[in-house]
Design a protein around this ligand. Structure first.
Ligand code: SF4
Ligand code: SF4
Length: 119
C-alpha cells in the first residue's frame, strides 16, 4: 500500500471500521475470504473513484462506484444486481456516504503530505 493509500485507509478504519457491525471494535475487520468487505477488496479503486467525482450529490458517487468498482466485483451479477448489496451485507455499500466523507475530509492533508515528500 502506498503512503497515500495508507493515510486514506487509516481515516476510513477510524471512522467506519471501528464502528462497523462486522468489525472487531478496534478498527479491524472480522470478515475475510468470500465474505470479505468490498472496502478491503477494492480499496485502491474505491479511493480513485471517490477522488474522481466532483459533485455534491451522493448519486454521482454511487453511479461512479457502480461503474468503476461494482462492475468488476465478483459479487455483482451480469445483470448488475448484487445479493450482498440487496441484503446490506457489503460494508462498502452500507457505509458508502461515510466512506466518501472520510476520504474527502482527509484529502487535503494527504495532498500536503504527498506533495511535501514528492510521492
Ligand atoms: S466489513 Fe468493511 S467496513 Fe466493516 S470492518 Fe470490515 S472492512 Fe471495515
Ligand atoms: S455492492 Fe456488491 S458489487 Fe458492489 S462492491 Fe459491494 S459486494 Fe461488490
Amino acid at each position: 500500500m502506498t503512503d497515500e493509500l495508507r493515510l486514506y485507509w487509516e481515516a476510513v478504519q477510524k471512522r467506519i471500521c471501528a464502528k462497523c457491525i462486522d468489525g472487531s471494535g478496534n478498527g479491524n475487520c472480522r470478515l475475510s475470504g468470500y465474505e470479505g468487505c468490498g472496502l478491503t477488496l477494492h480499496f485502491p479503486k474505491v479511493v480513485e473513484t471517490i477522488l474522481s467525482v466532483n459533485s455534491d450529490k451522493l448519486e454521482s458517487y454511487i453511479q461512479a462506484l457502480r461503474l468503476n468498482v461494482c462492475s468488476s466485483c465478483k459479487h455483482q451479477s451480469p445483470d448488475g444486481t448484487c445479493l450482498l448489496r440487496d441484503n446490506l451485507d457489503c460494508g462498502l455499500d452500507r457505509y458508502f456516504p461515510m466512506v466518501i466523507e472520510a476520504i474527502e475530509e482527509v484529502r487535503p492533508r494527504v495532498l500536503n503530505v504527498t506533495e511535501a515528500f514528492g510521492d
